[in-house]
Design a protein around this ligand. Sequence first.
Ligand code: PMP
Length: 364
Amino acid sequence: AQDRVFNFAAGPATLPENVLRKAESELYNWRGAGMSVMEMSHRGKEFMSIIQKAESDLRKLLDISDDYAVLFLQGGATTQFACVPLNVCKPEDPVDYIVTGSWGDKAFKEAAKYCKPNVIWSGKPEKYTGIPAFDELDQNPDARYLHICANETIHGVEFKDYPTPKNKDAVLIADMSSNFCSKPVDVSKFGIIYAGAQKNVGPSGVTIVIIRKDLIGNAQGITPVMLDYKIHADNNSLYNTPPCYGIYMCGLVFEDLLAQGGLVEVEKKNIKKAQILYDAIDESKGFYRCPVEKSVRSLMNVPFTLEKSELEAEFVKEAAKEGMIQLKGHRSVGGMRASIYNAMPLAGVEKLVAFMKDFQAKHG
Ligand code: PMP
């Protein structure tokens, strides 16, 4: 619709128009309940049906087996940076972190409070533009887990494949905040997957954790109840008042993704959108530049710079005038960034690409 902008924000991010319309139509009186989802008891039958449907639709989308629990939590992915080591490790346990950007680095630093993490590979010397070759990784054979950030939101580097922990008793753990449900993932390769909802699947305030059940129940004694996976798993995410409305919104997004044909179809659309944007950058003869190594460029977050960096502010301002907003790169790296999550329509990316060509013609 004309009154909506194309929002390229990294998160909170654009949501599917039909999901917003549906939420609007159900806002005042949810399916005859005589109240909105925000007003319902989280233990009533209406909300129980909402959270159960959200979980079962997510299980369908990602083909999650019964060996895994699905939790709807709060505190953002940032809280998971602490939850993971608190639940999986003893204080003296070594664990390995691959750091491919700022988020992986934050996860590592938080873990250092609760166990003995080691950065086995860092992309920092190359300004976080790559992913390591897995056979070169110097994994600790005693590490309890190997942690990755599957998609670095700020730097735009994405794992296309996943490393296997060297220790057979260890698990792979991934922060999938910014590429969650953007493509099929073999959940069985992971011990824990966690993601804040506010990029691909809903509003902020909901954090989704998919965890292999045998990893639950070993939290360190100091673990606050709100960070203990066992408490949440035993109570089906209803130990305390959950973020009810956010979970409802995630449920509507999951329904929408299934209606699109599931994540195989969703990935095809995401590949196409990313392709036309990266092509526009690569074919600009250096006017635009994406620093990320081609094989690991993110389908979700596309960072780029202008050769004439003095034009960047004008680029952002002119794009905003045409209804394309939030294109400024993260303050830590500068330049531009277009986040093109599931809900960004192809038309939005096409409009951006046309704008980029016009802008180059004017200033090239
Ligand atoms: N991990 C990644 C990959 C992120 O992009 C973000 C948020 N931008 C976070 C973690 C932190 O998430 P939250 O703000 O939900 O704590």
